[in-house]
Design a protein around this ligand. Structure first.
Ligand code: DAH
Length: 353
C-alpha cells in the first residue's frame, strides 16, 4: 500500500484484506520487539488505517459513517490480536528466562548420592557428638520464647542495658506475657534447671534471632549452642578445661584458645572465649580486625540469681555455662570470610563443603 493509495478512500474489501493480512502478521511475530514494530506499523499515525481515516473527510455522510464504522471495527480487531499476542509472547519470554535459570538437580554425577548436610548442620552434629562424649545430654527449647525466660530469669530485668544489645524481634501475641524470638539459647538453661533434676550436664543447640543487618560477620538469624553444667563443687577450672577440650576437638590442637574477662548478667565471673583466627592463622586480618583472635562466645559461673529464679539452691549447687556461635565456627573452619554465603544456598558454594 503506497501513501497515495492510503489517502484514497478505501472500499470495504480493502479494509477486510488489510485486517486479514494484519492478523496473519501479528500471529507470526516472533518476539516482543517485532510485535512493537508491528503495532506501530498497523495502528500508528502512519498506518494505512490512519491514512484512510483522514481520507473520509470528503465523502458523503452516509458513506463516511459506514466506512468509519468498518475502519474502527478492523482497528479494534487488530488491536485485540496484538494484545493477545503480547500476552503470549510475554509468557514465552518469562518461561524461557526461567528455563535458563533452572538448575538441573538431576545433573548430579551418578553415584554421588543424595548430597550432604549443610555445613552448619555438620558442625552442630559434630559439637553434639563431642559433648555427648563428655557425658552431656542434648536439649532444646522454643524459638518463640517469653521475655521471662529470654531475659528476666537470666538476671536481665526490664531496664537492663544488656537487653538493648540484643535487639529483639517481639511477637504480637496479645498475651499478657511478652513473647519474642529468642535472642540467645541461654533461656534453655533456665528451662533445664526448672526440671529440678540435678546434677545437670547439657548442651542446647539452636537458632537465635536478632535485629541486626546482615554483614560479613553478622546474620539476623544464626545458631548458638548453649552449655550448662551444674553439680556439687563445679569450678571455673572445669569450665576452662571443657572449652579447651571442645575447641581442640573441633579445630585441632593447632588452634589456641584464650579466655578474657567479660560481662554477662547471668554469669559471675564471666569470660569471653576466643580462638586464633583461622583466616590469617593469627597474623591479623580484616576478619579478626587485625587482632589475630576471633570471639567464639561467652561463658562464666552461673549467677546465683539465675539458679534461684529456677528454684535451685545456690548454696548447694554451683555451675558453669557457655554459649557460642555455630555459624562462626563453620566459617572459621572453612576459611569463609563472609558469613552470608551460609544462607545463600548457592550450590557452587555448598558443594565445596
Ligand atoms: N547468651 C550470650 C550471648 O548470646 C552468650 C553467653 C554468655 C552464654 C555467657 C552463656 C554464658 O551461657 O555463660 O551473647
Amino acid at each position: 500500500m503506497t501513501s497515495t493509495e492510503a489517502e484514497d478512500p478505501p472500499v470495504a474489501e480493502t479494509i477486510e484484506r488489510f485486517a486479514a493480512a494484519a492478523a496473519k502478521r501479528v500471529a507470526q511475530a516472533r518476539d516482543l520487539e517485532e510485535l512493537d514494530a508491528l503495532q506501530s506499523e498497523l495502528t500508528g499515525r502512519r498506518s494505512p488505517v490512519a491514512g484512510w481515516k483522514r481520507s473520509l473527510g470528503g465523502l458523503a455522510d452516509a458513506e463516511r459513517r459506514e466506512l468509519g464504522r468498518l475502519l474502527n471495527e478492523a482497528l479494534e480487531r487488530v488491536e485485540a490480536l496484538l494484545a493477545e499476542r503480547r500476552v503470549a509472547l510475554r509468557r514465552e519470554a518469562r518461561a524461557s528466562r526461567l528455563d535458563g535459570d533452572r538448575m538441573d538437580l538431576t545433573e548430579v554425577p551418578p553415584g554421588a548420592g543424595p548430597g550432604h548436610l549443610h555445613v552448619v548442620t555438620q558442625v552442630r552434629e559434630e559439637l553434639e557428638d563431642i559433648f555427648v562424649g563428655m557425658g552431656y545430654e542434648i536439649a532444646d527449647g522454643p524459638e518463640a520464647e517469653s521475655e521471662w525466660y529470654n531475659f528476666t530469669a537470666l538476671n536481665m530485668p526490664r531496664d537492663h542495658p544488656a537487653r538493648s544489645i540484643q535487639d529483639s524481634f517481639y511477637l504480637a501475641t496479645g498475651d499478657r506475657e511478652t513473647y519474642l524470638l529468642r535472642t540467645q539459647t541461654s533461656p534453655v538453661q533456665v528451662r533445664l534447671l526448672e526440671r529440678g533434676s540435678l546434677p545437670l550436664y547439657a548442651v542446647a543447640p539452636g537458632r537465635v534471632y536478632r535485629r541486626d543487618t546482615a554483614d560479613a560477620r553478622h546474620l539476623p538469624v544464626f545458631h548458638q549452642i548453649e552449655g550448662i553444667a551444674v553439680d556439687h563443687g563445679v569450678t571455673f577450672g572445669d569450665l576452662a578445661g571443657t572449652i579447651e577440650t571442645f575447641v581442640s576437638a573441633i579445630f585441632g590442637s593447632a588452634t589456641a584458645t584464650r579466655l578474657r574477662p567479660g560481662y554477662f548478667p547471668f554469669t559471675e565471673p564471666s569470660a569471653e572465649f576466643e580462638v586464633t583466627c583461622a583466616i590469617c592463622g593469627g597474623e591479623g586480618c580484616r576478619t579478626c580486625s587485625q587482632t589475630g583472635w576471633i570471639e567464639l562466645g561467652g561463658s562464666g559461673m552461673i549467677h546465683p540469681a539465675v539458679l534461684e529464679s529456677a528454684g535451685v539452691d545456690p548454696e548447694e549447687w554451683t555451675g558453669f555455662a557457655f554459649g557460642f556461635g555455630i555459624d562462626r565456627i563453620a566459617t572459621m573452619r572453612h576459611g569463609i570470610e563472609d558469613i552470608r554465603v551460609l544462607l545463600e544456598n548457592d550450590v557452587r558454594f555448598l558443594a565445596q563443603l
